[in-house]
Design a protein around this ligand. Sequence first.
Ligand code: A2P
Length: 412
Amino acid sequence: MNAALPVDVLKQHLIDPEICIRCNTCEETCPVDAITHDSNNYVVDPDICNGCMACVPPCPTGSIDNWRLVVRADAYTLADQLGWDELPREQALPEMASVAPGAAADSATESAAAAVVPATPGASVPPWSAAHPYVNLYTHKTPVTATVVGNYRVTGADTDSDIHHIVLDFGDLPFPVLEGQSIGILPPGADAQGRPHHARQYSLASPRDGERAGYNNLSLTVKRVTEDHLGQPAQGVCSNYLCDLAKNDTVQVIGPFGHTFLMPNHPRANLVMICTGTGSAPMRAMTERCRRRIDSGENGRLMLFFGARTERELPYFGPLMKLPRDFIDINLALSREAGLPKRYVQDLIRERAADVRALLADRNTCIYVCGLKGMEVGVLDALRDVTMQSGQDWTILHEVLRREGRLHFETY
Ligand code: A2P
């Protein structure tokens, strides 16, 4: 009766605070609400996390995919994790530590195999033909310095929507990107607790070969934040910093990030792009990629649903309207245009049901949704209605689109 009792070991799920860009994707994805955050870190509650892995594929940086074997009774608490600047080193386990059946050290992997409920409406894999993305080339510890070579407003000067097109040049330093990827900007200064500001994530608005083709530069679409979600005055730290930058200023950049919200790379693939406001950035990048190869005959159909309050608040309105109609099918949903009924992108998807349905039925079609979180449900409902009108089963089609990497969401 002297045998030592086995110690219950936990494979604890942790987030690397040095790589995490605080984009909130994991917290939104977690089906059991095990992930939470404060102004410093995103953390995983060891008492709730069941290791289902739903949060791992959507994470743009991979910072979510960290695990430590710990004695369950000594698991890192939320308070521990919130205080970290870096992950703790692996600790040796006591010799008598053993893995309890059922609650095994490998419970994460086991649960993952069992997890069948989609945690996000979009795919967690890229389209089959997407080019290979580079991610995390530059981190919080090793950011790259970019130079501002352009910064101008792309919304009407008389409107409240102050949206800027900002061009960053990387000089001789490699910064390979694909349309749909994002970068992190490290704003200078510190937060109220004296800690350096964490990075803010922005989608690229330019294609892989540069804002100016052949140059080592890229562009962002940044909306100046002047109020919080409740409408109270609040100055967004990074958006104001970026919108106020002058030519030749320098910026600290990390990334690139993202390995799923990528465009198909095979000839005659169709793109259905659904966006609001600055969610147009990746759509601009993909559209510009296609525009530059317009003479090659490689493009499939491009269909755009773009929501904004008014034409003057719709970023890039002028250049967008100059694109040839036989190149891109543009559908503008304006919600506050004087004299016009309020329209959302989902209304227009329903109006264009026959064309949307035909595209959905084509396995060469990929769908991208980017912009306000609120439109996610509305767009899904519209796609379901459009599908069901023809007697098709949306549940099945939705699953196919997810599995084949053909339906992607990026909402905030
Ligand atoms: P609204 O006029 O009702 O706010 P913003 O300018 O705030 O970035 O919003 C971009 C566009 O998205 C606006 O036209 C806005 O309309 C619209 N919008 C707001 N909520 C939703 C939603 N749930 N689904 C689709 N569009 C939305």
